[in-house]
Design a binder for this molecule. Structure first.
Ligand code: AMP
Length: 413
C-alpha cells in the first residue's frame, strides 16, 4: 500500500503549533486593528498575468517560482506567491479609491513559491500582510514599520535588525539603472554569468550576488540612495526622522534589493538574529506605481509581509503560550458528573479547564495535570480537594461553589 506524505515543501501544522499560529494572527489583528487596519481576504489563486505584471517579469518569483496551472476553461491561473498584487487588484476592481484614503487593510493566509525547501523555506508558507493604499504620507511608511516591530515584540521573536533604504521614484530609478548598466558593462568580464545575463533586464540584482568577482565590482558601484530626487530624498528623510523620533533603530542599507519589482521609495527588511540562512522575518516598502500598472488610477501604496513559520521559529517553543489550565481529576468513581458540571462552571468564570477523560488511575491523572501545565488540580472524591501544583499544598473545599473561590486565590490563575 502506498504511504502518503505531505507534498515536498509543505507542512502539517499539529497541536500545539497550530494554536500558537492562531495566536500570532490574533496579535496581528489586535496590533493593526488599533491603527485602523481592517481585515481583508482575496483568493489564493489569481490570473497569472496579474503576478507577471504586478510582481515583475524579471523577478525570481515570476521566472522560476510560480505554481501555475490551467483551469478547465483554458485560463492560466497561479497560486498567489505574495499578497500585494491581489489586494491592489481588488482595490481597483471594487473602486476602493472612492473610499476615504488611505485604505488600510491586513490579511493572513497561505502563499506559494516553488523554491528549494530548507529550514524556514517552504513551498506553501503563511504570511501576515498589511497594506495602506491611497496616500504617500511618510507617516504611513514609518507607522507600518513600527507596527511590524510591535508584532514581533508581542510574539517574542527576539532581537532582529531593521535594514532600510529608498529606491526613489521610477524616473530616478530609470536614470540610475542606465548609469549602473554602463558601469557594469565597463567591468563585464569580472561579473558572474547570471548577473551578465540579467544586466539589461535587472542590473540591481547584481547587489544580491554571492559571486566574489561580482561583489568586488559592486563595492565601488554607484548607489541609488545617492541619486534620489529632492522629493524622494525629503520623503525618505521624513520616514527616517519619524523612526528616529520613535526610537526605532535601523541600518541604512543602500544595497537592499527586494525580490519584487514594484517597489518605489521606502524599502525595508527585518532580519532575525536568531535564525540562520533564512533569516528574513518580514519586509516591504512603497509601491507608488503598482495600482496604475494594474490598470487603476495613479495611486500610491505601502505595505509589508512577514513569514509566520519564521516568526514562530524565531519565537521558540515557549513563546505565545496560553494561560495555564485547571485540571479536574477523580479520586472516586461516580464523581464524573460533578466534575463535568464543575468544569463548565469554571470555564464560565473565565478559566481554561481540562479534565480526566481517558480512565487513568489517580496517579496517572496527576501526571496528566502536570503534562497539560495545570496550575491547580481539583480532586473529586469523597471530599473535594484543591491542589496548588506549584507548592503541592492541598486543601479541602467545603462544596463546589467554594472551589471557584479557592481556585481564584491560587497564584498563576
Ligand atoms: P517577501 O515578500 O519575499 O519579502 O516575503 C516576506 C516574508 O515571507 C519573508 O521575510 C519571509 O519571512 C516569508 N517568506 C517568503 N518566502 C518564504 C518561503 N518560501 N518559506 C517561508 N517563508 C517565506
Amino acid at each position: 500500500m502506498k504511504k502518503f506524505q505531505a507534498p515536498r515543501g509543505t507542512l502539517d501544522v499539529l497541536p500545539p503549533d497550530a494554536r500558537r499560529r492562531l495566536r500570532l494572527v490574533e496579535i496581528t489583528g489586535d496590533v493593526l486593528g488599533r491603527a485602523g487596519y481592517e481585515p481583508m481576504e482575496t483568493p489564493v489563486f489569481e490570473d497569472t498575468e496579474l503576478f507577471a505584471r504586478g510582481v515583475g517579469e524579471s523577478t525570481d518569483i515570476v521566472q522560476k517560482e510560480m505554481f501555475t496551472f490551467e483551469d478547465k476553461g483554458g485560463r492560466s491561473l497561479t497560486l498567489r506567491p505574495e499578497a500585494t498584487a491581489g489586494i491592489c487588484r481588488a482595490y481597483i476592481e471594487h473602486g476602493m479609491h472612492k473610499r476615504p484614503q488611505p485604505v488600510k487593510v491586513w490579511t493572513a493566509g497561505p502563499f506559494f513559491r516553488h523554491e528549494a525547501p530548507q529550514a524556514g523555506r517552504f513551498r506553501q508558507f503563511t504570511q501576515i500582510d498589511a497594506e495602506a493604499i491611497g496616500s504617500d504620507d511618510p507617516t504611513l511608511d514609518a507607522e507600518l514599520i513600527l507596527l511590524l516591530a510591535e508584532i514581533f515584540e508581542r510574539a517574542g521573536t527576539g532581537p532582529s535588525r531593521l535594514r532600510l533604504s529608498s529606491l526613489g521614484t521610477p524616473d530616478t530609478r530609470a536614470d540610475y539603472l542606465d548609469e549602473l548598466r554602463s558601469y557594469l558593462r565597463a567591468r563585464e568580464g569580472e561579473l558572474s554569468g547570471e548577473v551578465r545575463e540579467r544586466l539589461d533586464r535587472n542590473p540591481l540584482r547584481a547587489f544580491d550576488a554571492d559571486h566574489p568577482g561580482t561583489r568586488a565590482v559592486m563595492a565601488d558601484a554607484p548607489r541609488l540612495i545617492d541619486r534620489l530626487s529632492r522629493d524622494d530624498a525629503e520623503h525618505f528623510g521624513e520616514v527616517r526622522a519619524l523612526l528616529d523620533a520613535a526610537g526605532m533603530p535601523y541600518g541604512l542599507d543602500p544595497t537592499l534589493v527586494r525580490g519584487l519589482d514594484y517597489y518605489t521609495r521606502t524599502v525595508f527588511e527585518f532580519e532575525s538574529e536568531r535564525l540562520g540562512a533564512q533569516a528574513a522575518l518580514g519586509g516591504g516598502g512603497r509601491y507608488d506605481g503598482l495600482v496604475e500598472e494594474l490598470g487603476g488610477p495613479p495611486t500610491p501604496g505601502v505595505g509589508w509581509a512577514a513569514g509566520v513559520e519564521r516568526m514562530l521559529l524565531a519565537a521558540g517553543d515557549d513563546a505565545l503560550d496560553q494561560s495555564r489550565p485547571v485540571f479536574i481529576s477523580y479520586a472516586a468513581p461516580g464523581a464524573a458528573r460533578t466534575g463535568f458540571l464543575l468544569a463548565r462552571q469554571l470555564r464560565e468564570a473565565g478559566f481554561r479547564v481540562e479534565s480526566e477523560q481517558a480512565g487513568r488511575s489517580l496517579k496517572g491523572q496527576l501526571k496528566q495535570a502536570d503534562r497539560v501545565g495545570a496550575f491547580v488540580t481539583v480532586i473529586l472524591g469523597d471530599s473535594i480537594e484543591v491542589k496548588d501544583m506549584q507548592t503541592g499544598e492541598q486543601r479541602e473545599a467545603e462544596n463546589v461553589d467554594h472551589v471557584l473561590e479557592m481556585v481564584r486565590k491560587v497564584p498563576g490563575a
